[in-house]
Design a protein around this ligand. Sequence first.
Ligand SMILES: Cc1cc2nc3c(=O)[nH]c(=O)nc-3n(C[C@H](O)[C@H](O)[C@H](O)COP(=O)(O)OP(=O)(O)OC[C@H]3O[C@@H](n4cnc5c(N)ncnc54)[C@H](O)[C@@H]3O)c2cc1C
Ligand code: FES
Length: 282
Amino acid sequence: MCEACGCHEHESMYMPKTLTVVKTSPMTERDRFFEFKLDGRDLGHLPGQFAELSIPGIGEAPISVSSSPTKKGSFEMVIRKVGKVTAALHDLNAGDTLGVRGPFGTHFPMDEIKGKDLLFFGAGIGLVPLRSAVNFALDNRPDYGKMFLLCGFTDVSQRLFTDEMESWKNNRSVEFLETVDRGSPQWEGNTGVITTLIPKIKDRLSPKNTKAFIVGPPVMYKFVILELRNLGFRDADIFVSLERRMKCGVGKCGHCQIDGVYVCQDGPVFTLESISHLVEAL
Ligand SMILES: Cc1cc2nc3c(=O)[nH]c(=O)nc-3n(C[C@H](O)[C@H](O)[C@H](O)COP(=O)(O)OP(=O)(O)OC[C@H]3O[C@@H](n4cnc5c(N)ncnc54)[C@H](O)[C@@H]3O)c2cc1C
Ligand code: FES
């Protein structure tokens, strides 16, 4: 309970809870997979949300939850080593403890879009938050129509969740396609940016009945959105997840602001329609 006022809301907003590393393993040279557990309870996140991970004396970093809320007892994240906090997180081993605040932010509205076809675009580390929604939909498969999952990586060495991608490929209830920007002798799949996969599924898409999800590097959004609009998708049916420098994660410090919109609270998940007036957003 919050020591200042006794409420539970402030407890989760400002006071880190203790998290234990259950399992960790390398995914690429700079990306590491983590399974974490809280003492006797679930994190309580929804697909697309993030949490602030902290290491005492070092700092805090917002990291997306990658597992679906349908997975109980623990949750998963993938952390890319880019600086001080993420390097310290990479040094953690099974059994070590750290702090967590959250979950924070908006989520993909999986309940409201029941009955719709789903078209997912996950590029690079963008597949990490997207995976939570993908696995949520797969675990509740009868609730949704056709499912398409398009993934892209810069090259073979950057591929994430390779075993899981193999299982998606073999899952007849989802049409899964993958590409790498730059091929190599050992790569037999599609080569080219993620939009090169769209013509392969185009005939089976029903834009008026489909919700599209895009999560990836900033450069990708413009091109995927252009293709989707050309296919007849409305901006209200396109969800994007934005990343900004964050500190508090709870709408207090202003670090993540774009023209009065707080990405940590109003996002990170937005419909394209809701941010079309924000020039800087994408
Ligand atoms: C909502 C949200 C979800 C995120 N999810 C994930 C995730 O699932 N996995 C993951 O590895 N990372 C994720 N990130 C990014 C992660 O928070 C940063 O990489 C981390 O905070 C960097 O901290 P650091 O101390 O290691 O690096 P720093 O020393 O703070 O910075 C190192 C370098 O990274 C750049 N950088 C730091 N933060 C960001 C950022 N948010 N966007 C772009 N560049 C940045 C800095 O400009 C600098 O060049 C997410 C960020 C947000 C806002
Ligand atoms: S991170 Fe502090 S207001 Fe968004």
